[in-house]
Design a protein around this ligand. Structure first.
Ligand code: SF4
Length: 450
Protein backbone atom coordinates (compact mmCIF):
# COMPACT_ATOMS: atom_id res chain seq x y z
CA UNK A 1 0.00 0.00 0.00
CA UNK A 2 1.29 3.45 -0.81
CA UNK A 3 0.06 6.45 1.07
CA UNK A 4 -1.64 9.64 0.08
CA UNK A 5 0.63 12.57 0.82
CA UNK A 6 -0.19 16.06 2.05
CA UNK A 7 1.61 19.04 0.48
CA UNK A 8 5.15 19.10 1.83
CA UNK A 9 7.62 21.88 2.56
CA UNK A 10 9.97 22.01 -0.44
CA UNK A 11 13.04 20.90 1.52
CA UNK A 12 11.42 18.02 3.39
CA UNK A 13 12.94 14.62 2.60
CA UNK A 14 10.34 12.32 1.13
CA UNK A 15 9.71 8.66 1.80
CA UNK A 16 7.57 6.31 -0.23
CA UNK A 17 6.28 3.38 1.80
CA UNK A 18 4.97 -0.02 0.76
CA UNK A 19 3.30 -2.05 3.51
CA UNK A 20 2.61 -5.71 2.75
CA UNK A 21 1.29 -8.51 4.90
CA UNK A 22 -0.92 -8.86 7.93
CA UNK A 23 -2.30 -6.27 10.38
CA UNK A 24 0.71 -6.88 12.63
CA UNK A 25 3.00 -5.73 9.83
CA UNK A 26 0.69 -2.77 9.25
CA UNK A 27 1.21 -1.72 12.86
CA UNK A 28 4.98 -1.95 12.35
CA UNK A 29 4.61 0.28 9.29
CA UNK A 30 2.60 2.77 11.31
CA UNK A 31 5.28 2.91 13.98
CA UNK A 32 8.06 3.49 11.45
CA UNK A 33 6.01 6.16 9.67
CA UNK A 34 5.13 7.88 12.93
CA UNK A 35 8.79 8.09 13.79
CA UNK A 36 9.78 9.36 10.34
CA UNK A 37 6.99 11.95 10.31
CA UNK A 38 8.15 13.10 13.75
CA UNK A 39 11.55 13.72 12.24
CA UNK A 40 10.12 15.88 9.47
CA UNK A 41 9.95 13.35 6.64
CA UNK A 42 7.07 13.65 4.23
CA UNK A 43 5.23 10.78 2.57
CA UNK A 44 5.44 10.53 -1.18
CA UNK A 45 2.58 9.27 -3.27
CA UNK A 46 4.93 7.72 -5.81
CA UNK A 47 8.29 5.97 -5.65
CA UNK A 48 9.64 8.29 -8.33
CA UNK A 49 8.95 11.40 -6.24
CA UNK A 50 10.63 10.04 -3.11
CA UNK A 51 14.18 10.30 -1.76
CA UNK A 52 14.01 6.75 -0.48
CA UNK A 53 11.53 3.86 -0.53
CA UNK A 54 10.81 1.57 2.44
CA UNK A 55 9.30 -1.82 1.65
CA UNK A 56 7.81 -3.62 4.66
CA UNK A 57 7.71 -7.23 3.47
CA UNK A 58 5.70 -10.32 4.39
CA UNK A 59 7.43 -13.68 4.55
CA UNK A 60 4.64 -15.91 5.82
CA UNK A 61 3.99 -17.93 2.69
CA UNK A 62 6.00 -18.42 -0.47
CA UNK A 63 3.35 -16.48 -2.41
CA UNK A 64 3.74 -13.56 0.02
CA UNK A 65 7.52 -13.70 -0.37
CA UNK A 66 7.13 -13.56 -4.15
CA UNK A 67 4.89 -10.50 -3.80
CA UNK A 68 7.46 -8.87 -1.50
CA UNK A 69 10.30 -9.52 -3.94
CA UNK A 70 8.21 -8.06 -6.73
CA UNK A 71 7.53 -4.91 -4.67
CA UNK A 72 11.26 -4.52 -3.97
CA UNK A 73 12.03 -4.92 -7.68
CA UNK A 74 9.44 -2.28 -8.62
CA UNK A 75 10.82 0.15 -6.02
CA UNK A 76 14.38 -0.35 -7.28
CA UNK A 77 13.27 0.27 -10.84
CA UNK A 78 11.22 3.36 -10.09
CA UNK A 79 13.48 4.91 -7.46
CA UNK A 80 16.70 2.98 -6.87
CA UNK A 81 17.11 3.77 -3.15
CA UNK A 82 15.34 1.02 -1.27
CA UNK A 83 15.30 -0.07 2.39
CA UNK A 84 13.74 -3.47 3.09
CA UNK A 85 12.23 -4.43 6.43
CA UNK A 86 9.60 -6.83 7.83
CA UNK A 87 9.34 -10.58 8.05
CA UNK A 88 11.34 -11.27 4.91
CA UNK A 89 14.14 -9.18 6.37
CA UNK A 90 14.79 -12.10 8.71
CA UNK A 91 16.15 -13.95 5.67
CA UNK A 92 18.39 -11.26 4.17
CA UNK A 93 20.24 -13.60 1.83
CA UNK A 94 17.08 -14.32 -0.22
CA UNK A 95 16.72 -10.60 -0.86
CA UNK A 96 20.42 -9.78 -1.27
CA UNK A 97 20.92 -12.55 -3.83
CA UNK A 98 18.16 -11.23 -6.05
CA UNK A 99 18.65 -7.51 -5.36
CA UNK A 100 22.23 -6.78 -4.28
CA UNK A 101 21.56 -3.03 -4.66
CA UNK A 102 19.09 -2.57 -1.82
CA UNK A 103 20.49 -0.10 0.72
CA UNK A 104 19.65 -2.06 3.88
CA UNK A 105 17.74 -5.13 4.97
CA UNK A 106 16.34 -5.16 8.50
CA UNK A 107 14.17 -7.71 10.25
CA UNK A 108 10.68 -7.35 11.73
CA UNK A 109 10.24 -4.75 14.50
CA UNK A 110 13.74 -3.42 13.85
CA UNK A 111 12.38 0.13 13.92
CA UNK A 112 15.68 1.75 14.88
CA UNK A 113 17.57 0.07 12.04
CA UNK A 114 14.96 1.06 9.45
CA UNK A 115 15.02 4.65 10.61
CA UNK A 116 18.85 4.67 10.62
CA UNK A 117 18.88 3.33 7.05
CA UNK A 118 16.41 6.03 5.98
CA UNK A 119 18.63 8.68 7.66
CA UNK A 120 21.63 7.38 5.72
CA UNK A 121 19.74 7.55 2.41
CA UNK A 122 18.05 10.92 2.99
CA UNK A 123 19.12 12.89 6.05
CA UNK A 124 16.33 14.32 8.22
CA UNK A 125 15.85 18.06 8.43
CA UNK A 126 17.69 19.74 11.27
CA UNK A 127 14.59 21.24 12.80
CA UNK A 128 12.02 18.49 12.88
CA UNK A 129 8.41 19.61 12.99
CA UNK A 130 7.37 17.41 15.85
CA UNK A 131 3.94 18.91 15.70
CA UNK A 132 3.45 17.47 12.23
CA UNK A 133 2.60 14.20 13.87
CA UNK A 134 -0.95 13.83 15.05
CA UNK A 135 -1.10 12.82 18.70
CA UNK A 136 -2.30 9.31 17.87
CA UNK A 137 0.62 8.74 15.47
CA UNK A 138 0.35 8.05 11.75
CA UNK A 139 -2.36 5.53 10.93
CA UNK A 140 -2.60 3.62 7.69
CA UNK A 141 -6.15 2.64 8.59
CA UNK A 142 -9.09 5.06 8.22
CA UNK A 143 -9.54 7.50 11.08
CA UNK A 144 -12.36 5.60 12.77
CA UNK A 145 -10.62 2.30 13.46
CA UNK A 146 -7.10 1.31 14.46
CA UNK A 147 -5.11 -1.81 15.17
CA UNK A 148 -3.68 -2.05 18.67
CA UNK A 149 -0.71 -4.38 18.91
CA UNK A 150 -0.31 -5.74 22.43
CA UNK A 151 2.67 -8.04 21.99
CA UNK A 152 5.31 -9.17 19.54
CA UNK A 153 6.52 -12.68 18.79
CA UNK A 154 5.13 -16.04 19.78
CA UNK A 155 6.01 -18.83 22.20
CA UNK A 156 4.11 -21.53 20.32
CA UNK A 157 5.61 -23.93 17.85
CA UNK A 158 2.93 -24.71 15.28
CA UNK A 159 4.65 -27.04 12.87
CA UNK A 160 3.64 -25.16 9.68
CA UNK A 161 4.76 -21.76 10.91
CA UNK A 162 8.05 -19.89 10.91
CA UNK A 163 6.77 -16.77 12.68
CA UNK A 164 8.47 -17.62 16.03
CA UNK A 165 11.71 -18.01 14.07
CA UNK A 166 11.13 -14.71 12.24
CA UNK A 167 9.74 -12.64 15.09
CA UNK A 168 11.17 -14.30 18.18
CA UNK A 169 9.49 -15.28 21.46
CA UNK A 170 6.50 -13.53 23.05
CA UNK A 171 7.28 -10.00 24.23
CA UNK A 172 4.21 -8.28 25.70
CA UNK A 173 3.84 -4.55 26.11
CA UNK A 174 3.12 -3.42 29.68
CA UNK A 175 -0.64 -2.97 30.18
CA UNK A 176 -0.31 0.76 30.92
CA UNK A 177 1.61 1.29 27.68
CA UNK A 178 -1.13 -0.41 25.65
CA UNK A 179 -3.86 1.47 27.50
CA UNK A 180 -2.23 4.85 27.01
CA UNK A 181 -2.06 4.21 23.28
CA UNK A 182 -5.68 3.03 23.26
CA UNK A 183 -6.80 6.11 25.19
CA UNK A 184 -4.97 8.42 22.77
CA UNK A 185 -6.59 6.69 19.81
CA UNK A 186 -10.06 6.93 21.36
CA UNK A 187 -9.54 10.64 22.07
CA UNK A 188 -8.44 11.16 18.46
CA UNK A 189 -11.78 9.83 17.18
CA UNK A 190 -11.09 6.13 16.72
CA UNK A 191 -14.38 4.26 17.22
CA UNK A 192 -13.06 0.72 17.04
CA UNK A 193 -9.87 -0.83 18.37
CA UNK A 194 -8.73 -4.09 16.83
CA UNK A 195 -6.51 -5.89 19.31
CA UNK A 196 -3.82 -7.90 17.57
CA UNK A 197 -0.72 -9.97 18.32
CA UNK A 198 0.41 -13.45 17.30
CA UNK A 199 -1.35 -14.99 20.30
CA UNK A 200 -3.60 -12.50 22.08
CA UNK A 201 -4.74 -14.90 24.79
CA UNK A 202 -1.08 -15.46 25.85
CA UNK A 203 -0.72 -11.74 26.54
CA UNK A 204 1.42 -10.95 29.59
CA UNK A 205 2.71 -14.46 30.22
CA UNK A 206 6.30 -13.33 29.56
CA UNK A 207 5.81 -10.41 31.99
CA UNK A 208 4.42 -12.77 34.61
CA UNK A 209 1.28 -10.66 34.34
CA UNK A 210 3.09 -7.70 35.93
CA UNK A 211 1.11 -4.68 37.10
CA UNK A 212 1.79 -1.21 35.71
CA UNK A 213 0.40 2.16 36.75
CA UNK A 214 -2.35 3.56 34.57
CA UNK A 215 -4.10 6.72 35.80
CA UNK A 216 -5.03 6.30 39.44
CA UNK A 217 -4.76 2.52 39.43
CA UNK A 218 -2.56 -0.39 38.50
CA UNK A 219 -3.46 -2.85 35.75
CA UNK A 220 -2.13 -6.35 35.34
CA UNK A 221 -0.73 -7.48 32.00
CA UNK A 222 -3.38 -10.15 31.73
CA UNK A 223 -5.73 -10.86 28.83
CA UNK A 224 -8.91 -10.43 30.90
CA UNK A 225 -7.73 -7.34 32.79
CA UNK A 226 -6.58 -5.65 29.60
CA UNK A 227 -9.84 -6.49 27.80
CA UNK A 228 -11.84 -5.09 30.72
CA UNK A 229 -9.85 -1.84 30.75
CA UNK A 230 -10.08 -1.44 26.99
CA UNK A 231 -13.80 -2.07 27.28
CA UNK A 232 -14.17 0.92 29.58
CA UNK A 233 -12.89 3.40 26.95
CA UNK A 234 -16.28 3.74 25.28
CA UNK A 235 -15.21 2.41 21.86
CA UNK A 236 -15.70 -0.92 20.15
CA UNK A 237 -13.01 -3.43 21.13
CA UNK A 238 -12.49 -6.43 18.86
CA UNK A 239 -10.21 -9.32 19.80
CA UNK A 240 -8.14 -11.03 17.13
CA UNK A 241 -5.87 -14.10 17.20
CA UNK A 242 -7.17 -15.65 20.37
CA UNK A 243 -6.57 -19.31 21.21
CA UNK A 244 -9.22 -21.29 23.02
CA UNK A 245 -7.33 -21.62 26.30
CA UNK A 246 -9.62 -22.13 29.30
CA UNK A 247 -9.14 -18.57 30.54
CA UNK A 248 -10.76 -17.26 27.35
CA UNK A 249 -14.10 -18.25 28.95
CA UNK A 250 -13.79 -15.29 31.30
CA UNK A 251 -13.71 -12.79 28.47
CA UNK A 252 -17.03 -14.12 27.15
CA UNK A 253 -18.64 -12.58 30.24
CA UNK A 254 -17.30 -9.17 29.20
CA UNK A 255 -18.86 -9.74 25.80
CA UNK A 256 -22.21 -10.71 27.30
CA UNK A 257 -22.07 -7.50 29.37
CA UNK A 258 -21.41 -5.45 26.22
CA UNK A 259 -17.95 -4.32 27.37
CA UNK A 260 -16.08 -5.77 24.40
CA UNK A 261 -17.53 -6.82 21.06
CA UNK A 262 -19.09 -10.30 20.96
CA UNK A 263 -16.50 -11.41 18.44
CA UNK A 264 -13.60 -13.80 18.64
CA UNK A 265 -11.06 -14.39 15.91
CA UNK A 266 -9.65 -17.83 16.65
CA UNK A 267 -7.45 -19.37 13.98
CA UNK A 268 -8.56 -22.97 14.54
CA UNK A 269 -6.71 -24.17 11.40
CA UNK A 270 -8.38 -27.59 11.57
CA UNK A 271 -10.75 -29.70 13.64
CA UNK A 272 -9.58 -33.29 13.22
CA UNK A 273 -7.58 -34.28 16.33
CA UNK A 274 -4.80 -36.06 14.43
CA UNK A 275 -4.23 -33.07 12.12
CA UNK A 276 -4.27 -30.59 15.02
CA UNK A 277 -1.75 -32.76 16.80
CA UNK A 278 0.54 -32.86 13.78
CA UNK A 279 0.15 -29.09 13.48
CA UNK A 280 1.11 -28.76 17.16
CA UNK A 281 -1.61 -26.20 17.69
CA UNK A 282 -1.92 -24.52 21.07
CA UNK A 283 -4.94 -25.68 23.08
CA UNK A 284 -5.54 -28.49 20.58
CA UNK A 285 -6.58 -30.86 23.32
CA UNK A 286 -9.46 -28.63 24.42
CA UNK A 287 -12.93 -29.79 23.44
CA UNK A 288 -13.55 -26.77 21.29
CA UNK A 289 -16.99 -27.65 19.97
CA UNK A 290 -18.38 -27.93 23.49
CA UNK A 291 -16.59 -24.74 24.48
CA UNK A 292 -18.08 -22.86 21.54
CA UNK A 293 -21.56 -24.04 22.49
CA UNK A 294 -21.04 -22.95 26.08
CA UNK A 295 -19.78 -19.54 24.90
CA UNK A 296 -22.88 -19.11 22.77
CA UNK A 297 -25.13 -20.01 25.68
CA UNK A 298 -23.42 -17.28 27.72
CA UNK A 299 -23.32 -14.80 24.86
CA UNK A 300 -25.84 -15.64 22.10
CA UNK A 301 -24.64 -12.87 19.78
CA UNK A 302 -21.06 -14.16 19.73
CA UNK A 303 -19.58 -14.15 16.21
CA UNK A 304 -16.60 -16.34 15.40
CA UNK A 305 -14.02 -15.80 12.70
CA UNK A 306 -11.40 -18.34 11.87
CA UNK A 307 -8.90 -19.56 9.33
CA UNK A 308 -8.27 -23.14 8.32
CA UNK A 309 -5.60 -25.01 6.41
CA UNK A 310 -6.70 -27.76 4.04
CA UNK A 311 -4.35 -30.41 2.68
CA UNK A 312 -1.94 -30.49 5.62
CA UNK A 313 0.43 -33.49 5.29
CA UNK A 314 -1.28 -36.65 6.44
CA UNK A 315 -4.81 -35.18 6.20
CA UNK A 316 -7.03 -38.07 5.17
CA UNK A 317 -10.44 -37.88 3.51
CA UNK A 318 -11.91 -38.84 6.90
CA UNK A 319 -10.05 -35.96 8.61
CA UNK A 320 -11.31 -33.57 5.99
CA UNK A 321 -14.88 -34.86 6.32
CA UNK A 322 -14.56 -34.35 10.09
CA UNK A 323 -13.57 -30.73 9.45
CA UNK A 324 -16.59 -30.13 7.19
CA UNK A 325 -19.01 -31.58 9.74
CA UNK A 326 -17.34 -29.58 12.49
CA UNK A 327 -17.82 -26.39 10.43
CA UNK A 328 -21.53 -27.09 10.20
CA UNK A 329 -21.86 -27.69 13.88
CA UNK A 330 -19.58 -24.93 15.12
CA UNK A 331 -21.36 -22.38 12.87
CA UNK A 332 -18.30 -20.25 12.31
CA UNK A 333 -19.56 -16.90 11.05
CA UNK A 334 -16.52 -16.05 8.94
CA UNK A 335 -14.01 -18.64 7.82
CA UNK A 336 -11.18 -18.46 5.35
CA UNK A 337 -9.18 -21.42 4.09
CA UNK A 338 -5.64 -21.77 2.81
CA UNK A 339 -4.30 -24.63 0.80
CA UNK A 340 -1.33 -25.96 2.78
CA UNK A 341 2.02 -24.62 1.52
CA UNK A 342 5.29 -26.12 2.76
CA UNK A 343 7.00 -22.95 3.92
CA UNK A 344 10.79 -23.22 3.77
CA UNK A 345 12.18 -23.82 7.26
CA UNK A 346 8.87 -24.94 8.81
CA UNK A 347 9.13 -28.04 11.06
CA UNK A 348 6.12 -29.60 9.25
CA UNK A 349 8.40 -30.29 6.28
CA UNK A 350 10.25 -32.86 8.39
CA UNK A 351 7.13 -34.71 9.54
CA UNK A 352 6.97 -38.33 8.40
CA UNK A 353 3.57 -37.71 6.84
CA UNK A 354 2.43 -38.08 3.28
CA UNK A 355 1.93 -34.86 1.33
CA UNK A 356 -1.56 -34.28 -0.01
CA UNK A 357 -1.41 -34.01 -3.84
CA UNK A 358 -2.07 -30.49 -5.19
CA UNK A 359 -5.22 -31.53 -7.08
CA UNK A 360 -6.69 -33.07 -3.92
CA UNK A 361 -5.85 -29.90 -1.98
CA UNK A 362 -7.63 -27.85 -4.62
CA UNK A 363 -10.76 -30.02 -4.52
CA UNK A 364 -10.82 -29.94 -0.70
CA UNK A 365 -10.39 -26.19 -0.68
CA UNK A 366 -13.37 -25.79 -3.03
CA UNK A 367 -15.49 -28.15 -0.93
CA UNK A 368 -14.53 -26.25 2.19
CA UNK A 369 -15.49 -22.91 0.66
CA UNK A 370 -18.83 -24.27 -0.61
CA UNK A 371 -19.71 -25.70 2.81
CA UNK A 372 -18.69 -22.54 4.60
CA UNK A 373 -20.68 -20.39 2.20
CA UNK A 374 -23.80 -22.35 3.12
CA UNK A 375 -23.10 -21.97 6.84
CA UNK A 376 -22.41 -18.30 6.38
CA UNK A 377 -25.59 -17.72 4.34
CA UNK A 378 -27.65 -19.57 6.99
CA UNK A 379 -26.23 -17.39 9.76
CA UNK A 380 -26.74 -14.18 7.78
CA UNK A 381 -30.38 -15.06 7.09
CA UNK A 382 -31.03 -15.24 10.83
CA UNK A 383 -30.23 -11.55 11.03
CA UNK A 384 -33.09 -10.49 8.76
CA UNK A 385 -35.60 -8.44 10.75
CA UNK A 386 -33.09 -7.62 13.48
CA UNK A 387 -31.78 -4.18 14.40
CA UNK A 388 -28.01 -3.96 14.44
CA UNK A 389 -25.55 -1.28 15.43
CA UNK A 390 -23.45 -0.50 12.36
CA UNK A 391 -20.19 1.43 12.16
CA UNK A 392 -20.04 3.23 8.82
CA UNK A 393 -16.84 2.73 6.79
CA UNK A 394 -17.85 4.36 3.51
CA UNK A 395 -20.23 7.31 3.41
CA UNK A 396 -23.60 7.30 1.67
CA UNK A 397 -27.26 8.09 2.18
CA UNK A 398 -28.82 11.55 1.96
CA UNK A 399 -29.93 13.19 -1.28
CA UNK A 400 -27.47 11.25 -3.49
CA UNK A 401 -29.16 8.04 -2.42
CA UNK A 402 -26.08 5.79 -2.65
CA UNK A 403 -25.91 3.07 -0.02
CA UNK A 404 -23.46 3.64 2.80
CA UNK A 405 -21.23 0.69 3.66
CA UNK A 406 -20.49 -0.33 7.20
CA UNK A 407 -20.04 -3.23 9.56
CA UNK A 408 -21.93 -4.66 12.47
CA UNK A 409 -20.34 -5.94 15.66
CA UNK A 410 -19.94 -9.35 14.00
CA UNK A 411 -17.74 -8.04 11.19
CA UNK A 412 -14.11 -6.95 11.32
CA UNK A 413 -12.83 -4.54 8.64
CA UNK A 414 -11.24 -5.92 5.47
CA UNK A 415 -11.82 -9.58 6.26
CA UNK A 416 -15.51 -10.09 7.14
CA UNK A 417 -18.80 -9.07 5.53
CA UNK A 418 -20.36 -5.64 5.19
CA UNK A 419 -23.72 -4.05 5.93
CA UNK A 420 -25.09 -1.92 3.08
CA UNK A 421 -27.22 0.85 4.51
CA UNK A 422 -29.96 2.95 2.90
CA UNK A 423 -30.48 6.19 4.74
CA UNK A 424 -32.40 9.42 4.23
CA UNK A 425 -29.82 11.35 6.18
CA UNK A 426 -26.19 11.42 5.04
CA UNK A 427 -23.94 8.97 6.84
CA UNK A 428 -20.23 9.63 7.32
CA UNK A 429 -17.36 7.23 7.98
CA UNK A 430 -17.14 6.68 11.72
CA UNK A 431 -20.89 7.19 12.40
CA UNK A 432 -22.57 4.45 14.40
CA UNK A 433 -26.18 3.93 13.35
CA UNK A 434 -28.96 1.47 14.09
CA UNK A 435 -29.92 -0.49 10.98
CA UNK A 436 -32.94 -2.72 10.38
CA UNK A 437 -31.79 -5.66 8.30
CA UNK A 438 -34.07 -6.49 5.34
CA UNK A 439 -32.00 -8.80 3.20
CA UNK A 440 -28.91 -11.02 3.29
CA UNK A 441 -26.65 -12.89 0.93
CA UNK A 442 -23.83 -15.27 1.79
CA UNK A 443 -21.49 -12.55 3.00
CA UNK A 444 -23.28 -9.23 3.31
CA UNK A 445 -26.38 -7.72 4.91
CA UNK A 446 -28.66 -4.99 3.53
CA UNK A 447 -30.92 -2.70 5.47
CA UNK A 448 -32.11 0.79 6.31
CA UNK A 449 -31.01 3.21 9.00
CA UNK A 450 -33.77 3.75 11.57
S1 SF4 B 1 0.47 -19.36 17.27
FE1 SF4 B 1 1.34 -20.85 15.85
S2 SF4 B 1 0.68 -20.08 13.83
FE2 SF4 B 1 0.47 -18.38 15.26
S3 SF4 B 1 2.42 -17.30 15.12
FE3 SF4 B 1 2.59 -18.71 16.84
S4 SF4 B 1 3.54 -20.53 15.95
FE4 SF4 B 1 2.76 -19.31 14.25
Amino acid sequence: MQNPSPPAPADAPRVSFVSLGCPKALVDSERILTRLRAEGYELSRTHAGADVVVVNTCGFLDSAKAESLEAIGAALKENGKVVVTGCMGAEPQAIAERYPNVLAITGPQAYESVVAAVHAAAAPRHDPFLDLVPEQGVKLTPRHYAYLKISEGCDNSCSFCIIPHLRGPLVSRPAADVLREAERLAKAGVEELLVISQDTSAYGRDLRYAESAFGDRTVRARFLDLARELGSLGVWVRLHYVYPYPHVDEVIELMAEGKVLPYLDIPFQHAAPSVLKAMKRPANEEKTLERIKAWRRACPDLALRSTFIVGFPGETEADFGYLLDWLDEAEIDHAGAFRYEPVAGAPANELPLEAVPPEVKEIRWKRFMERQQKVSARLRKRKIGKRLQVLIDEPGGGAAGALAKGRGKADAPQIDGAVHVASRRPLRAGDIVTVRIDRADAYDLYGAAV
